[in-house]
Every structure is written in C-alpha cells, then in structure tokens.
Design a protein around this ligand. Structure first.
Ligand SMILES: [Zn+2]
Ligand SMILES: [Zn+2]
Length: 429
C-alpha cells in the first residue's frame, strides 16, 4: 500500500475500517497483536488505542518512579534543582577535555588515533547536551544560554544546525518510523543496509543530500532549500577541509602544479599556511566526528523501526540494543542503542539520569515484550516484520505481512505522557 493509499485508509470513517492487525515478531518470540478495540482521541483525528497501551503506561510509570527515586536519593547531582548546573559542567568539561587533548596532540604528546578517540568521546557528550537542550532540559528560562551552547555544539559537531534539528527532532518523536520522520530518514533509516546512499549518509552529513529528494517526495512539509541553507555553513566548511586534505595527501596538489592549474605561489600558500590549519581543524574536529557520527548513525538506525509500524505508538518505534558486538559503536554515542527506547517513552529526562534509570527499567521493558537485540533490523531495511522487498528510498512503505484491509493506524492515546513531543513545541521551535 502506498502512503497515499494508506492515508486514504486512515481518513475513512471509523466504521469502515478493519480493526485488527497482527505484527509477527521475526525473532519468533511470539506474535504481538495491535488492535483498535479501545479508542481515544488523537490530535490527527485518528482515534485508536494500541493493545499495548497498558504496557506503555506500566513502562512510563516505572521510568518515572525510578527517576523520582533517584532524584530523591541523590539530590546532588540528580535533583532538578541542579540540572542546569550539571548540564553546564558537562558542557564545559567536554570542551576542556577536547582542548587539552588537542593541545597535547599539537605539541607532540598524543598520537593522532588517540586524539581522535578522546575528542570523539568529548564531542559525543556535547551531542547528548544538544539533544537535551532541544528538549529544553537546561536553562529553560534563559534561552540565550541555550543559543550560545547551540552555537558551540554546531561548530564542534560539524553537522546539522541545532536550531534546524530542534524542529525535526521533535517531529521525530511525533512521527517516529513514518515517512515524515525526516531526522532519521536523513541518516538512512529505512534504506537497504547495502545501499550506497546508506553508506554515504553514515560517513558524512553531506550524504543527506542523496536522500533529501526521496523524503521531499513523501513529505510536502520537508524543504530541501531549508535543509541546505540552514546546515551548509558548517557542513560545507568541514567537508571542504577534509576533501582538500585528502587531495593533498594523495599528491593532488603537486599534480595540479605540474598541470599548470595551480601556480607556484598559490601552492606555497596552500602548503605552508592553509594545509597546517586544515590539518589542525580536521584532526581536532572533523576526523573525530567521522568516527563518532558513523557509530551514532549505525546504532540509531539499528534501534529504530520504519515503514510498517503503527503510527504514534512508542511500543513499536524502537528496540533495546545492548549486544556485546555493538559495544564499540555504543562507546561513541553514550550507550544510545540500549537507552534510546527509554527516551521514546519519557522524553523529559537528562541523558545521564536515563543511563542510571536503565538498570531498573530495561529489565521491566524486556519482561513486557519490548524488542531486544533484534540484530536483523538493519538487514530488513528497519522493518518491524521484514519481507522480501525492503524499500530503497522510493517512498513506498512495505506492507510486510499486513493483510488486505487491515488498519495500521492503531496508536496509544495522546496524554500528558507524550510530553514535549506535542505540536505546540513544533510550532514554537
Ligand atoms: Zn528516536
Ligand atoms: Zn528526543
């Protein structure tokens, strides 16, 4: 069924819709049934209630209870009163580690591979800070502080503008796994695992241009012009710096001089002034980001589902990914794969607290049937069910094992539990 056909199906009066569908777990851990027997209102006008709503509530209650217990047990540093101070300390600490390591490398005290690892770890913390700032978990009443922090993060991450990302990240919480989940689709969610596009978006943020057309075809709200204008200042600079560096390292500059394209004075300027600066920029910022961002993209796409999951139902949006094989990747994205599922259930929690709540919450989630170490996810184009034809950016959602006429719009009810994934934040972003 194409997205349009699916949309028409959603727009049918409730009485004309089929009310039951089955999601078969490829891990053969039993079947999960999504039905819309119980219904409640949602902002889209779609009135359904997932059969998993009871589990969703239990999980959310467990996360909140553990959150409350930890904050009470350790008012410093976990109490809400200290949240902005702790965030600022993590932010400043990350910059200090990055600066000291870069200086140590510059003065010969560190090798380049060690610098890459240390700086990738420091920048991964700043990525977590960016995400928490997007959810306004620090300095909510001092937006200028958030903007200053955003600027620093944008420069050091060599990636999308945090202001641009804020809109699409909050939208990710609304439409996770749907065709208009722009943020995840731009990093390859839903593509075949061996797709060249997927490889390129994993290695460089410039690769997002390759999937932008596919997304724009599916989502009229998505603007390619805005994507380029908002994000190009930093991404063009970092991509150009790495390309020039690569060309010169391969002897391309000498070849250009030999061919008469590059004059001798210009080559002198390039090799004596520009290249050393580029080497510093690449070693301190861009090379660590290739390592960090690739690990994050692999883990993020591995733990999200796409294309054949019910709309707005957190139970089906992500999995718990804590397989030892993936630990090297998890290292550079703060254990994202194991804990991002908690964030989909409860968004208003700083990243460090989420890691601590995970010890008690993840066993509960596993017991209630949340997907766990579904290692086939990326190899099924991130489909919950999978099938013979995963989609390769053509904008067609795969039906999987869906039976003709089944209703796939079952959702959990919209309550205050949905927190800042609501439209009001999107409009204000
Ligand atoms: Zn997510
Ligand atoms: Zn989020």
């Amino acid at each position: 069924m194409t997205p349009n056909a699916e949309l028409k199906q959603r727009q049918l009066p409730e009485s004309q819709k089929t009310t039951k569908s089955k999601l078969l777990d490829p891990a053969r851990k039993g079947a999960t049934t999504v039905s819309s027997e119980k219904r409640s209102a949602s902002p889209t006008g779609i009135s359904h209630l997932s059969q998993e709503a009871g589990k969703v509530k239990t999980i959310r209650d467990a996360i909140r209870a553990e959150d409350k217990r930890l904050r009470a047990a350790y008012p410093f540093p976990l109490g809400e009163h200290w949240q902005s101070v702790v965030g600022l300390a993590i932010y400043m600490g990350s910059w200090v580690v990055w600066g000291v390591a870069t200086f140590a490398w510059w003065t010969g005290g560190l090798s380049l591979p060690v610098l890459m690892v240390v700086n990738a770890l420091a920048i991964s913390l700043l990525h977590e800070m960016e995400h928490d700032l997007i959810h306004e978990l620090y300095f909510k009443r001092q937006p200028w502080v958030q903007h200053v922090m955003f600027m620093g993060i944008w420069l050091i991450k060599s990636n999308a503008s945090p202001w641009w990302r804020k809109y699409y990240h909050l939208r990710h919480h609304q439409y996770s796994g749907q065709v208009n989940d722009v943020e995840e689709r731009l990093i390859g969610l839903g593509l075949r695992w061996w797709s060249p596009k997927r490889l390129l978006v994993t290695l460089t943020p410039a690769g997002t241009l390759l999937v932008a057309n596919d997304i724009a075809r599916d989502d009229p709200e998505f603007s390619r012009v805005n994507l380029v204008l908002s994000n190009s200042p930093v991404i063009v600079l970092s991509t150009a710096a790495m390309l020039v560096h690569l060309i010169c390292a391969l002897g391309g500059d000498a070849a250009l001089v030999k061919a008469g394209v590059l004059s001798a004075p210009l080559h002198g300027l390039l090799s004596q002034r520009i290249l050393p600066a580029l080497f510093l920029y690449n070693a301190a910022v861009n090379f660590p980001n290739v390592l960090r961002q690739s690990c994050l993209v692999i883990i993020s796409t591995y733990c999200h589902y796409y294309g054949d999951i019910p709309e707005r139902d957190v139970f089906f949006q992500t999995q718990i990914l804590d397989h030892p094989l993936l630990w090297p990747f998890q290292l550079f994205c703060f254990n994202f794969g194991a804990t991002h599922i908690i964030h989909h259930f409860v968004t208003r929690q700083p990243f460090y607290l989420r890691q601590v709540t995970a010890f008690r919450v993840l066993p509960i989630m596993k017991a209630l049937g949340c997907r766990h170490n579904d290692m086939g996810n990326n190899f099924r184009g991130n489909r919950w069910v999978g099938g013979e034809k995963a989609v390769d950016g053509k904008g067609e959602m795969m039906a999987g094992l869906r039976e003709e006429g089944e209703d796939w719009t079952a959702t959990t009810p919209r309550t205050s539990d949905d927190e800042d994934s609501g439209e009001e934040h999107i409009k204000g972003a």
